[in-house]
Design a protein around this ligand. Structure first.
Ligand code: M6R
Length: 366
């Protein structure tokens, strides 16, 4: 069942190139210069006339929503708000029939997300679901949607659901960018071509596994860990931290790198591993100076860098390379070593990786 892997989580991490291809199937038609998504095609006016998009989700799906905020705003120029479903539903939020609500949920059964959908529908919003489980409650409750097609995710820690959620949301944003006319034909084509290379690039990112295992062994006894990223990779930092705390029970926090000097920098000493996402395109120089600040306080730096990197490689204690891609697509690659790092640390600490204590795969009560 585990396909020769020790745990479902590792199997599902390795399934990601295939899962992303499945997400693309029938949708990403690069040779025809098209993205086909029936849920959008049939409701195009709703999206094009929307005042804003509100994304609701919990946990890892909420992190995918945060990545989507950057993608929709940057590529499609649509204003986005991302909300924890549990906060949104109890806040008496301002919702109108001009709003589009996107609910993201792997299981399609998360109680708070389902309740947020019902609330938004009552107020007249158009509700779109991004779910993995076909026929789930959220898939049925929404007006339209797009499945991630990641296949069953058994490990409680979400991995392939996250990257396929980002994939679906990227396809949506690109399609809308094209329909809105904010994307030229040639830029659209460049994106379609680059998207096609992503599964192979994820495969390359997975080659870091033996190196990540060595790094995991160095830091497995840490009691705290900090994850930093900027822009598109800020949500990846949050997701990296969640993954570590969830399965290894090490206290971890994700922060936008620039927020460090507003508090968390006080935590840094020689005991503190800091995982920094420092890919070439995402405010690289600014991240380099954040790394220098950590180094001068003796923090240990594990950096996720673009293949061929020199500047960060010189400063960091460890570097893990990922292939180069468009900045907006980097989360699909930078998240891979972070999943592997949590996995190995948790295994080395003797934790139950697939079924961490106190957690359930789907949270059907609030
Ligand atoms: O099924 P959902 O995507 O709605 O679940 C949301 C969260 O409960 C889920 O992502 C949780 O945070 C995971 N265990 C994270 O790995």
């Amino acid at each position: 069942e585990k396909g020769g892997y020790d745990h479902f989580m590792l199997k599902e991490i390795y399934e990601q190139p295939r899962a992303i291809k499945d997400t693309y199937r029938g949708r990403l038609l690069a040779d025809q210069g098209l993205i086909k998504m029936s849920g959008i095609d049939q409701n195009l006016e709703k999206f094009l006339n929307a005042n804003r998009i509100i994304i609701v989700a919990c946990g890892t799906s909420w992190h995918a929503g945060l990545v989507a905020e950057y993608i929709f705003e940057d590529l499609a120029r649509i204003s986005v708000e991302v909300e924890y479903a549990s906060e949104f539903r109890y806040r008496n939020p301002v919702i109108t029939d001009k709003d589009v609500l996107i609910a993201i949920s792997q299981s399609g059964e998360t109680a708070d997300t389902l309740a947020a959908i019902k609330l938004a529908k009552e107020k007249g919003a158009f509700v779109f679901g991004v779910c993995n489980v076909v026929g789930s409650s959220i898939a049925r409750e929404t007006d339209a949607g797009a499945y991630t097609h990641a296949g069953p995710e058994i490990g409680v820690a979400s991995t392939k659901a996250f990257t396929t959620q980002i994939t679906v949301l990227t396809l949506m944003a690109l399609k809308l960018a094209k329909e809105k006319g904010v994307f030229s034909e040639s830029r659209f084509h460049e994106y379609l071509t680059e998207l096609e290379t992503i599964p192979a690039k994820v495969e390359k990112a997975l080659l870091a596994n033996p190196l990540v295992e060595i790094i995991a062994d160095v830091y497995k006894d840490s009691t705290n860990c900090l994850y930093l990223g900027r822009g598109y990779n800020f949500p990846v930092a949050l997701e990296g931290a969640l993954k570590l705390k969830e399965i290894s029970y090490i206290h971890a926090e994700g922060y936008p790198a620039a927020e460090m000097k507003h508090g968390p920098i006080a935590l840094i000493d020689e005991q503190m591993p800091v995982i920094v996402i420092a890919t070439k395109k995402g405010h690289y120089e600014k991240v380099v100076s954040n790394i220098q600040e950590i180094k001068s306080r003796k923090g240990k730096i594990i950096a996720i860098v673009t293949q061929g990197d020199e500047q960060v490689t010189e400063l960091a204690d460890h570097v893990i390379e990922v292939p180069e891609t468009f900045e907006s697509l980097t989360p699909l690659l930078t998240t891979i070593p972070l999943q592997l790092l949590s996995y190995h640390i948790a295994v080395m600490r003797g934790c139950n990786v697939d079924q961490p204590r106190n957690l359930a795969k789907s949270v059907t009560v609030e």
